[in-house]
Design a protein around this ligand. Structure first.
Ligand code: SF4
Length: 441
């Protein structure tokens, strides 16, 4: 059972140990097989799914359409909710809700719910959306109200991007499918109380989704399944920092959800530092895989680009990005860096971001400047979880900053990194992606 609190969540001294799988993460057929084994009719599966996905059940006792004996057996085998407790921080006058979730083993993960009120499209955003010429028909229409949830796929992250609080935390573990989906159910439950619903789900929270690909795919299937969450595939965005075999595997599945690439630099020396995974799969390989994905699926690829003052925001960087994506079915989202402790960097100024966007558009690349959300609520990915992990020792912080400065200065001179990948990232990328999980597609 979970509850929502405004008091500070911390890791329990003795984490609970509960190996029962979460109901929301059960693949097609698993529930039916369990019901058959327990002498129950097949329609009970629909009753359970309705309870989990329409009533957002927190406990098996909430599944009131089931006989008491079935509830008892179900409770012995499964958890109705894999999240123990939530701590919600609201900011931006209620437009951003950041949630810290406590999982059964004491891991802390984050999700962010962002509300976008309905508004009429501005002419400038029409140019921004196409990157050229007159506003499109789509851009002239009103934007409907949107409620976008950003979710985590791992507790911590092995990629170690130096501008990211999750990267500094390091890797904890992969999330189970139900732990991914229960973030969505928790937000949907809060929305339902207000008579509203989620319109978009993006995998841009803690973790590298393509290093937990089987479970992320199972989660995407559940989100778009009309019998479960029922969200249109095109309203789901899966982001990656560039796990090329994972992108190829996705392409082979021909998914209709949106692929986003966390690019952050178009030049290898700099990307080696900003996204260390680049030392394994360099920019050209990542973009080639994304280009093939766009060609085969017909879906435009989003490129995310965090703007860091004096590091990756120069005209040279804009021109390199323009040349890299020239002619591609692609769109760039420019995001001023969130303030993160223990980095020597600042966000680019609004003027620099606007100039960078204009230069991209001149090169024929669509670009949108994304507003920073929830800075007063610790909006940066992993910031709340890092806060609860405690302040690292001062020498470790000083060493980290020196390393970032050393690496970025070398990169800005054009030198490629000779540094090894962090051990846990090396271990993660050495594992050949497994074939698609049975029943995940
Ligand atoms: S930005 Fe994404 S990939 Fe990079 S460390 Fe943070 S969570 Fe991991």
């Amino acid at each position: 059972m979970s509850d929502t609190t405004t008091t500070r969540l911390t890791r329990p001294a003795v984490p609970a140990s509960d190996s029962r799988p979460g109901l929301s993460g059960l693949g097609q057929g698993v529930l039916e097989a369990w019901l058959q084994d327990h002498g129950q009719p097949a329609y009970r599966a629909r009753q359970i799914r309705d309870g989990v996905w329409r009533q957002h059940a927190q406990t098996v006792a909430d599944l009131r359409t089931l006989p008491a004996a079935v509830r008892s057996d179900l409770d012995a085998a499964f958890r109705a909710d894999t999240i123990e407790r939530d701590e919600v921080a609201v900011s931006d006058n209620g437009l951003t809700e950041k949630t810290l979730h406590l999982l059964g083993d004491g891991a802390l993960i984050e999700s962010v719910l962002m509300h976008y009120p309905a508004r009429a499209a501005r002419r400038t955003s029409a140019f921004a959306s196409t990157g050229r010429g007159a506003p499109t028909a789509e851009a002239r229409t009103e934007h409907r109200e949107r409620h976008t949830l950003c979710i985590s796929s791992q507790a911590g992250c092995a990629v170690g991007c130096p501008f990211c609080a999750t990267g500094e935390l390091g890797f904890g573990r992969d999330l189970e499918t139900a732990e991914i989906l229960d973030q969505v159910r928790h937000a949907a439950r809060r929305m339902a109380v207000r008579g509203a619903h989620l319109t978009n789900v993006v995998f841009m929270g803690m973790g590298e989704p393509l290093l937990n690909l089987d479970r992320v795919l199972e989660a995407v299937v559940a989100l778009s399944d009309p019998e479960r969450f029922g969200l249109g595939s095109r309203h789901v965005v899966v982001s990656t920092s560039g796990v090329v075999p994972g992108i190829r595997r996705l392409t082979a599945l021909n998914p209709q959800f949106t692929l986003a690439i966390s690019l952050h630099a178009a030049r290898d020396p700099l990307r080696d530092v900003l996204v260390p995974l680049n030392r394994r799969w360099p920019v050209a390989e990542v973009v080639a895989a994304a280009r093939a994905h766009a060609r085969i699926t017909g879906r435009r690829v989003s490129y995310e680009y965090v703007m860091i003052s004096g590091v990756n925001d120069t005209d040279l960087d804009a021109d390199a990005l323009g040349a890299l994506l020239h002619g591609d079915l692609a769109h760039v989202n420019l995001i001023p860096m969130n303030p993160v402790a223990h980095t020597p960097w600042q966000a680019s100024s609004p003027q620099r971001v606007a100039a960078f966007a204009a230069r991209l558009r001149q090169a024929g690349i669509g670009a949108t400047v994304r507003a920073n959300r929830g800075q007063d609520a610790g909006a940066a990915c992993g910031q709340l979880a890092a806060d609860r992990a405690g302040e690292p020792a001062a020498p470790a912080v000083a060493h980290r900053r020196e390393e970032i400065v050393r690496q970025s200065e070398a990169a800005l001179r054009g030198d490629r990194s000779v540094d090894r990948l962090p051990a846990d990232l090396q271990a993660a990328v050495d594992v050949e992606p497994a074939p698609a999980a049975r029943g995940s597609r």
